[in-house]
Design a protein around this ligand. Structure first.
Ligand SMILES: Nc1ncnc2c1ncn2[C@@H]1O[C@H](COP(=O)(O)OP(=O)(O)OP(=O)(O)O)[C@@H](O)[C@H]1O
Ligand SMILES: [Mg+2]
Length: 585
């Protein structure tokens, strides 16, 4: 990202809050600076009245001081609160945009993206952006006005000395620009590495069981340590720059002040300047130093924030899931057939599906069977357009899925995926997911049909039990039954069941199978199963091997003539035979 672009885009987030909040903050800042300009005059006035012995005038001074600092306090509060207000709104908007963007990403994005890395952008990076805007941007505005006012005062008080001092500005500003660019790059790299660190932590948390089971704590510790140290090194490099800018400008300012002292003292001795004039001028110089220092510091914050902003914009600029070609159709039902024609698909470069054709008529149950890795789940994913086919077409009632508006396409399809995913929420809300307005009776009915009701009522809070992240507090089979209940509740005309009963014991499987059988009546289903017994009654069975459909027909037909199907069948039959023998022995 080019320098300057990030600033402009961040500024766009500021525009909705320009009036009254941001302008209000600026007004407060300007007033604050203006009161700073009054301070040298207080000192000057004091000196003059001391020298003149003006008791009455001196008596007025405390009131004046209290007045000035009272106003200073009020406007300081105003600028601080208002700029924070604006900053927090911007954080809110940025987070909302990021979240919305993440929700709109195609699944292929999540195949590559790492959770920890996305998370750190939504949590940490936006805070840095805010810091750049509020602490940084506001400080620049405030301190730049202070600086301008004080410089004007200094020039007004003593133009010659002020001009002498001004020589230092370019000496500080030029190297600062160079350091700024470096700072921004380092910030970006530091955050990238930090994101990598969150990815590691997230993995060790989610994979805690595997880490322990394989005794890999030391290995994980080492992985973390080396990544952690990379973060440290990058931060130290940034710290070097940050620590350098302060002393650099301090020293340069000291040179300026030394010049002023040298020249000023000589002219004071020569009687060209007065003590009170010099005192006022030096007060202005001393006051000037503070905002100058703050601007330099604020610049560091801004550069760090812009590094973070570039990461935030990386997400915001990623391509969303296409919701359909222009003029995409909405469909409100499924009446005829799904036609998969000459479909090929690759996740990367290697084809996972090659020239697959399959027809699923309305009301049919079509099963996909075959060796692991053959492409069954992938084929099923293409129908609700979780991924898009590279070539060929998938049509529902004659309309290409690419031409159907996404939400209407997906509302037709209920999916039970191979990896069940449940939310850290109540059982009720997990079943009702996607059907938020359904009544409790409907939810219980779906749970009963999925053979889940009995175990649910035994949970501590029944349907109101929270089941932990990804449903960790449930057994694999229980999770699967909740996922089935969720799909049943959706009541969609097309069902995709990917290994929906794989985690169930044979008794539960029979019960769920019966429930699914009832459910599939009058619906269209694509069922993926390893256990052939579960798909025996399907209208059509497609054997998928290495990305192709190699055999297609009913169980009877394939049992007679399907070579691969027969082999699978015999293998499983042998297994079942052995198990039965062992059990009876
Ligand atoms: N998200 C992905 N990114 C890249 N490659 C993938 C992805 N998902 C699956 N694959 C690859 O695509 C191939 C087909 O996978 P798929 O999940 O469709 O097989 P499957 O037939 O469902 O297998 P199983 O019976 O084990 O579930 C596999 O070789 C797998 O490595
Ligand atoms: Mg699969």
């Amino acid at each position: 990202m080019k320098i300057g672009v990030a600033e402009r885009r961040i500024f766009a987030y500021l525009t909705p809050y320009l009036w009254p909040h941001f302008i209000g903050a600026l007004v407060c800042m300007v007033l604050y600076s203006a009161t700073s300009g009054a301070v040298p005059y207080i000192v000057k006035g004091l000196f003059e009245r001391f020298q003149a012995g003006d008791i009455e005038g001196l008596n007025m001074q405390p009131l004046f001081i209290i007045g000035v600092f009272g106003l200073r306090g009020i406007v300081n509060y105003g600028q601080s609160y208002l700029s924070e207000w604006v900053g927090q709104r911007i954080v809110l908007d940025l987070r909302a945009d990021l979240d919305r963007k993440v929700l709109s990403m195609p699944l292929s994005y999540f195949d590559r993206a790492q959770t920890g890395n996305i998370l750190s952008r939504i949590t940490t990076d936006v805070l840095l952006v805010r810091q750049a805007l509020t602490d940084g941007g506001a400080a620049i505005v405030r301190d730049a006005t202070t600086l301008l006012v004080l410089t004007a005062v200094a020039f007004y008080l003593d133009p010659v000395l002020a001009a002498l001092f001004s020589i230092i500005f370019p000496v500080v500003v030029l190297p600062l620009q160079k350091l700024s660019r470096k700072m921004r790059r380092l910030s970006r790299r530091g955050l990238d590495t930090l994101g990598g660190l969150s990815v590691l932590v997230q993995e060790t948390i989610q994979g805690a069981r595997v880490v322990k089971a394989f005794g890999m704590e030391r290995y994980e510790d080492e992985r973390f340590r080396s990544e952690n140290e990379r973060v440290l090194r990058l931060h130290l490099r940034a710290a070097k720059i940050k620590s350098f800018t302060g002393p650099m400008m301090e020293f340069t300012s000291a040179c300026g002040i030394a010049g002023v002292v040298w020249y000023g003292s000589a002219s004071l001795m020569g009687g060209e300047r007065t003590t009170s004039g010099m005192a006022a001028f030096f007060t202005a110089l001393m006051l000037l130093y503070d905002p100058f220092k703050k601007i330099v510091k604020a610049n560091n914050t801004i550069q760090a924030g812009m590094g973070a902003a570039s990461r935030v914009f990386d997400i915001l600029d990623a391509e969303s899931e296409p919701s359909g070609r222009p003029g995409a159709a909405t469909i409100d039902g499924f009446h005829d057939k799904i036609e998969i024609e000459h479909v090929s698909f690759a996740y990367g470069t290697e084809n996972v599906l090659s020239d697959v054709s399959l027809e699923v008529r309305c009301g049919e149950v079509v099963a996909l069977v075959g060796a692991s890795g053959g492409g069954k789940s992938t084929l099923a994913d293409l129908i609700p357009r979780f991924y898009e086919a590279d070539s060929g077409s998938i049509r529902i009632d004659g309309i290409d899925v690419k031409d159907i508006e996404l939400s209407s396409l997906r509302s037709l399809i209920a999916v039970v995926t191979q990896q069940t995913f449940l939310f850290n929420d109540t059982v009720r809300n997990n079943i009702g997911y996607g059907e938020i307005n359904r009544s409790d009776e409907d939810i219980v009915e779906a749970a009963k049909a999925a053979n889940a009701h009995d175990f649910i009522v035994q949970l501590p809070d029944g349907y109101d039990t929270k089941i932990g992240e990804m449903g960790v507090q449930l057994s694999g089979g229980e999770r699967q039954r909740l996922a089935i209940a969720r799909a049943l509740l959706k009541d969609a005309p097309i069902l995709i069941l990917d290994e929906a009963t794989s985690a169930l014991d044979s008794k539960s499987e029979q019960l769920v199978q019966a429930a699914l059988g009832r459910l599939m009546e009058g619906r269209t289903a694509l069922v993926i199963a390893h256990r052939l017994s579960t798909v025996r009654n399907a209208d059509k069975i497609a054997v998928v091997d290495d990305g192709r459909i190699v055999e297609l027909g009913t169980h009877e037909k394939l049992f007679q003539s399907g070579k691969l199907y027969r082999r699978f069948y015999d293998m499983q039959f042998d297994d079942e035979h052995t198990i039965a023998r062992e059990q009876s022995a």
